[in-house]
Design a protein around this ligand. Structure first.
Ligand code: XIL
Length: 369
C-alpha cells in the first residue's frame, strides 16, 4: 500500500486510510462538526463540495439563505426558495440543521426598521414586525431546523449593547424579545446567542451577563456561539479557554460557529468580523495567488492544531465546531475585508483536496474519557 508522508503532521497516513478519514467519525465523541453552506452546494451547482459535506460533516448552517435581506426582502414578501433547498439538503443527509440568523444588524434592509414615511418604527410596531418575521421563518421550519442563531452580534467589544436599529427602535430588550418569539414559534428548537471576539474579557463578561439575564427572565437559551473568524495570533489560547470555561459554567452549550483561520497579511489592527468594515486591495495584501508557500502552510496547520487541541481538551463543554464554508475557493475571506484575494482559511483546498491541516486536525482529536 502506498503511504503519503506528511511531514507537517509528523506522521504518515496510508492512501487507503486517507480515503476513510472522516471528520465526523473522528470527532464523534467530542462534538458535532460542520460547515456553512452556500446555495451552490445545496442546489447541485457545486456537487464536489456537496459530496465533501455529505461525507465529512454532521451539521450544517445556512451561510446566507436565512438572513433577513434574502428571506424577507420586501414588506410581506418572503423568498423561501434557497432556505427550503438548504433544509431539504440537510434532511437528505441526516444533518443537525442550524438556522442563521434571525436578528442581526447587518444584511437587513432599511425598510425593516421604517414606517411608511421613512421614519423609525415605534417600539410596539417594531416588536410586531419582529414577531411576524420570527414566526414566519422559524414557524416554516418547525421541527426541521433544530437550532437557531436567534441574535447575532448584539454586543460591542467594550461590553455594551451595540447601538443598532434594533436597539434604537425596541430598546435593549430586543434580545430577550427575539428569544421569546423564537421559542413561541418552535418550542423544541435550541436557541443560541452568537457573536465574534467573545474571547476578549470585556465582551466575554457582557455575554455571560446577557445569558444570565435571559435565564433570569425565564427564557430558553441553549447555547452561545463564538464565531471563530480567527487569525494566526488571536485569540490567545488562554482567552479561548477562559471563554469556554465561563460560558460552560452557565450550563449552556459552547460552540464555535463560523471557524476559519486567516493567514493573509493583516489589513488592519481589527480582530473582529464586522461585515461592514472593508479595506481596499493593495499590493502586498494578496501575496499567495499561486499557492501557499510550505512555511505558511505549516504555520496554518500548526495553528489549526493549537486551536483544536484547546477545543478537544474542553469537549465536555464544546458541543459543535462549524467551519464557515466548505473549501478555500468559496470562503467569504476571498472577499472580506479585502475584495478579490486568494485565501486559505479552511481544511479543504481550492481543488477540493484535504489540506495538511485536515490531517493534522484529525491527529489532534483527544477522545473524551
Ligand atoms: C458572511 C457570508 O459568508 C458572506 O457570503 C456574506 O456576503 C456576508 O456575510 N459573521 C456572520 C456571518 O455572522 O453571517 C457572515 O457571513 C460572516 C461574519
Amino acid at each position: 500500500m502506498t503511504c503519503i508522508p506528511l511531514a507537517v503532521v509528523g506522521g504518515a497516513f496510508c492512501a487507503r486510510e486517507t480515503e476513510q478519514l472522516l471528520l465526523r467519525e473522528a470527532f464523534r465523541e467530542n462534538f458535532l462538526i460542520g460547515a456553512a453552506l452556500n446555495d451552490d452546494v445545496v442546489s447541485g451547482k457545486d456537487p464536489r463540495a456537496a459530496a465533501i459535506v455529505a461525507k465529512q460533516f454532521n451539521t450544517i448552517t445556512a451561510e446566507n439563505a436565512m438572513k433577513w435581506v434574502w428571506i424577507h426582502p420586501a414588506p410581506n414578501t418572503y423568498d423561501f426558495g434557497p432556505a427550503d433547498r438548504f433544509v431539504e439538503f440537510g434532511e437528505k443527509n441526516a444533518m443537525w440543521i442550524v438556522g442563521h440568523a434571525l436578528v442581526w444588524h447587518s444584511q437587513i434592509p432599511d425598510w425593516a426598521f421604517e414606517d411608511d414615511a421613512g421614519g423609525l418604527l415605534t417600539r410596539n410596531a417594531m416588536l410586531a414586525r419582529l414577531k411576524d418575521h420570527i414566526g414566519s421563518v422559524v414557524g416554516r421550519y418547525k421541527g426541521r431546523v433544530r437550532a437557531w442563531d436567534v441574535v447575532n452580534e448584539a454586543l460591542t467589544d467594550e461590553g455594551g449593547i451595540r447601538n443598532s436599529k434594533w436597539k434604537q427602535t425596541i430598546g435593549e430588550d430586543f434580545i430577550a424579545k427575539a428569544f421569546e418569539y423564537a421559542h413561541q414559534a418552535d418550542p423544541d428548537a435550541e436557541l443560541y446567542y452568537n457573536d465574534f471576539s467573545l474571547d476578549k474579557p470585556a465582551k466575554r463578561e457582557a455575554c455571560v451577563n446577557l445569558v444570565k439575564d435571559l435565564k433570569a427572565r425565564g427564557l430558553r437559551v441553549d447555547g452561545v456561539g463564538i464565531q471563530g473568524h480567527w487569525g494566526m495570533d488571536y485569540p490567545t489560547t488562554d482567552n479561548l479557554e477562559a471563554f469556554i470555561i465561563a460560558t460552560g459554567a452557565l450550563g449552556v452549550k459552547v460552540m464555535v460557529t463560523e471557524m476559519d483561520l486567516d493567514i493573509l497579511p493583516t489589513a488592519w489592527e481589527y480582530e473582529g468580523a464586522d461585515v461592514s468594515k472593508r479595506v481596499a486591495l493593495q499590493v502586498g495584501l494578496n501575496p499567495y495567488v499561486d499557492g501557499l508557500p510550505p512555511v505558511m502552510e505549516k504555520k496554518l496547520t500548526d495553528r489549526y492544531v493549537e486551536l483544536f487541541s484547546v477545543l478537544c481538551k474542553h469537549s465536555d463543554k464544546v458541543d459543535r465546531v462549524t467551519f464557515w464554508g466548505v473549501y478555500d475557493k468559496t470562503s467569504w475571506l476571498n472577499n472580506w475585508p479585502v475584495r478579490g484575494r486568494t485565501s486559505y482559511p479552511l481544511l479543504f483546498a481550492r481543488d477540493y483536496q484535504p489540506k495538511p491541516a485536515f490531517y493534522a486536525v484529525l491527529g489532534a482529536v483527544e477522545k473524551k474519557k
